[in-house]
Design a binder for this molecule. Structure first.
Ligand code: BGC
Length: 996
């Protein structure tokens, strides 16, 4: 195409001052997805500086952005006209494409803003303008709310769960509606209805926050639900976290004993008029109906005979309803929802119906899942069906609920007897694999039951697989542990009377979580609650939101989540704003530590707070080795040093140089005190446990000359025992420390060990999620102490991060992956590993295969980043890239050798390296049959190839990790990619042939 043409087009498209120095080049950069606050097109946001980001695509290797320009307008037409722009950033020279704060005039409430961006590449060639995207502001100030809080006008004894209140009103719409927005929040949970239809697809709204300080409201586009003329609106309220049972001491009414609603509906008519057509006020009516009881832990009791048919439609007779009263609840705590909403994510059909030795009829869902059952039933009015939920069967095969403690996890449904009835609960969720069905009229058939999986709707971003079927199942279990425990708050477990935001658990799991899914908005929200619930002393509660009281705070490794989690997010997403926002909270925790330590004999040793220690570490009944107990004082001070160190680095990243120096000094002093107190002159770390060495080495607490000694002792302990002995705090960095100090074989041995204690032992026992304990089910098939034995606890899933960073080799060399290191480490037991991560810049991937003495590594580097790629064992062998000798390959530079490896720099693009390796051949074994799990099929080279050829989109999807434990037939319900029945059948046939 003629250059002149592009120049003219460029001028037309820029529609304003063109600062381009060259014409757009069709082969150059293209702007792909635009995101505001890490979302595609968010509606109802607050804050005056939305964070704008985009990704780029390019056909050529080594693509870089050199500059960008953003324009913002109130209508997309304004771009074409080049007038009435709200903001034009002008051309800004930077390679940053991920985090740009809007910096224009103040944003108005309830206004939609459109934006677009263009970029310039490394040769200063401009891209075309992106398609326009948008964000929409919500209500920004308390004064934007004209609705009043309302509560049902009745007083009930709230000493036990109460029927769920329903609130309703009618209103009129005076013309044709161009757009309508409903803003809602509540005390307790709510479900909104308009004219007989449910509003939105979120569940568990308004979510769980530190309600006394922060209460989220939601924004719904209800344009299509309104009619010109009379309309009806209704809300159901549920006890939820606000008033239901919470915590393990039987408490309820923690935030209050009365449920309440706040809602207002804004309409813009086609003729330009605007109006608030309905708002909560004293004209609403209240009643109770079919939901007799609904509680997060306990379940739900629903009597269909009590349904109030038509209550959210116009003309309904509410004569027997009560009135409502208005309440002066604080409006200052209201804020727009930032985290992804909880939604129904997947549906699972029961694998089979079992009759247990005790005679119970039990559905086996084949997966420990979180959500609820939807049931279809037909029978006589008054028949009650009861569903009880459990995670495991006992060793006899009977239904087992002792580990749920006081959580009943039971739904009871009473039929109205009018034909087929479909029921799913409203304000409760269960953690379960097995469902005991009682009172069901007729035969219990799998097709009448559906497991509905719910969690915060985070985008899956990562996938890991390997040639090891059980490692694939481990990956599956980690991801399902995250699904089940990322339900608006990062919780310890989803089933017993706990389900709390335990800080220690996410402290150890955050890095893994950030690979598996886009957690940025989810954890950002939680960190704001952490700060809100932080005590005036700076101490951090054991659980956030804090429902355990002020005395439950300040534990090492738990409270440090205040520093470790923001830092982990900065590493994963590169967003300094997260550090900026959390800075005061991070600092307050470290200052708390400094003060507490100063109360002790020496200024830099902290000894005077309750601490959980290396929770659930390996223990035994042996008289000569009772297990691995790491001194709590050592743990406290290791974490004291760690938080001071990370705070110093944070201050440095934020350019707060005085603080950086202050906390660097503090770190050095604490480290020196640690060495004096806990390290012998010859480099033995007291307690002499794996955890003590892991913490000392990974937190950089030892002098240089003692590091090797400490690592040697750690490796020796691992070899002598043959297994890990670490608990919550020692486990995440165990394999890192071993591998980083030259004990990679020991690390791999731990990883693939299958006997107790190990990561794979639960897999051999059929686990489909991560267990709380290494031996939740003991080798003799008995259960651990039911007082603490969850089968869905993500903490030990922290090994997931090592699979991504070491086995597959995906590492951030600079925060947020603007610079990347790809350094896979093929353990001798593996012949293949592959991982992908959808970063802020696009997809990063590494896939290696070792077969017949050949090593092949395919790497994908996203545009606008650069990578160092390490080719393991390639120092002395010719290497090709996509068939070309390395030095002739395009996009690569600075090829050098480092020990046994070859190292090179690569710009964006996909590269395939191949070379001969001298490693023991590992047999792939027999190909699995068609009833194998997806993880087993991916583990074998031949069946893996069948899947890749037949369903490339599925294999490329980060959702695949969630399907590893499922059979082929169940895969389409898990990975949201269309897979036809024919494709499945053809895969089955091919796999069958290979098996023969
Ligand atoms: C929770 C944990 C938590 C711990 C405190 C347990 O009850 O389930 O995961 O971190 O208490 O040590």
């Amino acid at each position: 195409m003629h250059k002149q043409f592009w120049l003219v087009l460029g001028v037309l498209l820029t529609a304003g001052a063109v600062t381009a120095t060259a014409a757009p080049d069709p082969g150059a950069l293209k702007v792909a997805s635009l995101r505001t606050n890490h979302k595609a097109t968010p509606m109802g946001i607050d804050g005056q500086a939305p964070c704008l980001a985009w990704t780029l695509t390019a056909s050529a290797r080594g693509a870089r952005q050199r500059a960008y320009r953003i324009q913002v307008a109130e209508s997309p037409e304004a771009f074409a006209e080049g007038e009435n722009l709200v903001w034009d950033s002008g051309k800004v020279n930077t390679d940053q494409s991920a985090h740009h704060a809007y910096d224009g005039p103040a944003l108005e409430p309830r206004t939609r803003y459109y934006w677009r961006v263009r970029v310039w590449d490394g040769d200063d060639r401009p891209s075309a303008w992106s398609a326009a995207s948008w964000w929409e502001m919500g209500l920004l100030e308390p004064a934007d709310w004209t609705a009043q809080w309302i509560e049902p006008d009745w007083t009930k004894d709230a000493s036990e769960p109460l029927p769920s209140p329903m609130l309703r009103s009618e209103f009129s719409v005076d013309g044709t509606v161009a757009s309508a927005r409903l803003y809602v929040t509540s005390h307790g949970l709510y479900e909104m209805h308009l004219n007989g239809q449910r509003v939105g697809d979120q569940v568990f709204s308004p979510g769980w926050t530190s309600y006394d300080h922060r209460l989220q409201y939601q924004t719904y586009d209800v344009t299509d639900l309104l009619a010109s003329g009379p309309n009806a609106i209704g809300a159901r309220l549920g006890d939820g976290w606000y008033r239901g049972y919470i915590g393990f001491q039987g408490q309820h009414d923690y935030y209050g004993d009365t449920l309440a609603l706040l809602a207002q509906l804004h309409v813009t008519y086609e003729d330009g008029r605007t109006a608030v057509v309905v708002r909560t006020d004293d004209g609403w009516r209240a009643a109770t109906g079919a939901i007799q009881m609904s509680d997060i832990y306990m379940g739900e009791t629903y009597d269909a005979r009590q349904e109030r048919t038509g209550w959210t439609q116009t003309g309904y007779d509410a004569a027997d309803w009560s009135g409502v009263r208005t309440a002066p609840h604080d409006m200052d705590r209201l804020l727009a929802q930032t985290a992804p909403p909880v939604r129904r994510i997947q549906e699972i059909k029961p694998k089979e119906v079992i009759v247990t030795p005790e005679g119970d009829t039990v559905l086996d869902m084949g997966q420990n899942m979180v959500g609820w059952m939807r049931m279809r039933v037909e029978g006589e009015a008054g028949t009650q069906v009861t569903l009880r939920h459990a995670e495991v069967l006992d060793k006899e095969g009977n239904f087992y609920t002792a580990n749920l403690r006081a959580a009943d996890q039971t739904t009871r449904y009473t039929l109205d007897g009018e034909g087929e009835e479909v029921y799913a609960p409203h304000f409760t969720f269960q953690g379960f694999r097995y469902v005991k069905v009682s009172g069901y009229p007729g035969e219990v058939e799998p097709e009448d039951f559906t497991g509905v999986v719910i969690h915060s709707d985070m985008r899956p971003t990562g996938h890991f697989q390997s040639s090891h079927a059980r490692l694939n199942q481990l990956q599956h279990n980690t991801v399902w542990g995250q699904k089940g425990n990322f339900l608006d708050v990062p919780t310890d477990c989803p089933q017993r009377d706990e389900r709390l935001g335990w800080t220690g658990d996410i402290q150890v799991f955050a890095r893994t979580a950030n690979f598996n899914m886009d957690t940025v908005n989810f954890l950002k929200k939680w960190l704001r609650d952490l700060e809100a619930d932080q005590l005036p002393s700076g101490s951090v509660p054991h659980v956030v939101p804090n429902v355990l009281g002020e005395n439950s705070a300040g534990a090492a490794g738990w409270a440090d989540a205040s520093v470790v989690v923001p830092w982990a997010m900065y590493q994963a997403y590169g967003n300094k704003q997260i550090l900026e926002t959390q800075y005061e909270s991070m600092r307050a925790w470290v200052e708390f530590l400094r003060e507490r330590a100063a109360m002790d004999s020496t200024t830099y040793l902290w000894e005077n707070n309750f601490t959980f220690g290396d929770w659930l570490a390996y223990n035994t009944d042996r008289s000569d080795y009772p297990g691995a107990t790491t001194s709590k004082d050592l743990i406290r001070n290791a974490y004291f040093a760690r938080s001071a160190d990370l705070l110093a680095r944070t201050a440095r990243a934020l350019g707060r140089m005085d603080d950086a120096e202050r906390y660097q000094k503090l770190f050095e002093n604490v480290r020196a005190a640690f060495q004096r107190e806990f390290v012998t002159p010859r480099g033995r770390v007291t307690s002499d446990t794996q955890t003590s060495y892991v913490l000392a080495l990974s937190f950089d607490l030892l002098p240089g000359d003692q590091r090797a000694t400490a690592a040697r002792r750690l490796a020796q302990d691992v070899r002598e025992r043959g297994h890990l002995t670490t608990g919550f705090l020692g486990t995440p960095d165990l394999t890192h420390v071993l591998a980083d100090h030259g004990y990679r074989d020991e690390a791999f041995d731990l990883l693939v060990r299958e006997e107790y204690p190990s990561w794979l032992y639960p897999v051999t026992r059929g686990a489909t999620t991560i267990w709380e304990r290494w031996n939740g089910i003991r080798p003799d098939s008995t259960f651990q102490d039911p007082g603490m034995n969850s089968f869905n606890h993500y903490a030990y899933g922290a090994i997931g991060e090592w699979l991504y960073t070491e086995v597959a080799g995906l590492q951030a060399a600079a925060p947020g992956y603007s610079e990347i290191r790809v350094a896979p480490h093929p353990g001798d037991t593996l012949t293949h590993a592959r991982a992908l991560l959808d970063t802020n810049y696009g997809r990063l991937a590494s896939s290696w295969t070792r077969r017949d003495g050949q090593f092949r590594l395919t790497v994908t580097i996203p545009p606008n980043t650069q990578a160092t790629v390490r080719l393991p064992g390639a120092a002395r062998t010719p290497v090709t890239e996509s068939g070309t000798p390395l030095d002739a390959a395009e996009g690569l530079s600075a090829v050098r050798t480092d020990g046994e490896d070859r190292v090179l720099n690569a710009g964006s693009g996909t590269y395939t390296f191949e070379y001969a390796v001298d490693r023991p051949a590992v047999s792939s074994g027999e190909a699995p049959g068609p009833d194998a799990t997806v993880g087993e099929l991916l583990a074998h080279p031949e069946t893996r190839q069948v899947l890749r050829d037949a369903m490339p989109e599925v294999v490329a999807s980060p959702w695949l990790s969630q399907a590893m434990g499922f059979s082929l037939e169940r895969l389409p319900r898990i990975v949201p990619v269309e897979v036809g029945e024919e494709t499945l059948q053809s895969v089955r046939r091919q796999v069958q042939r290979l098996g023969r």
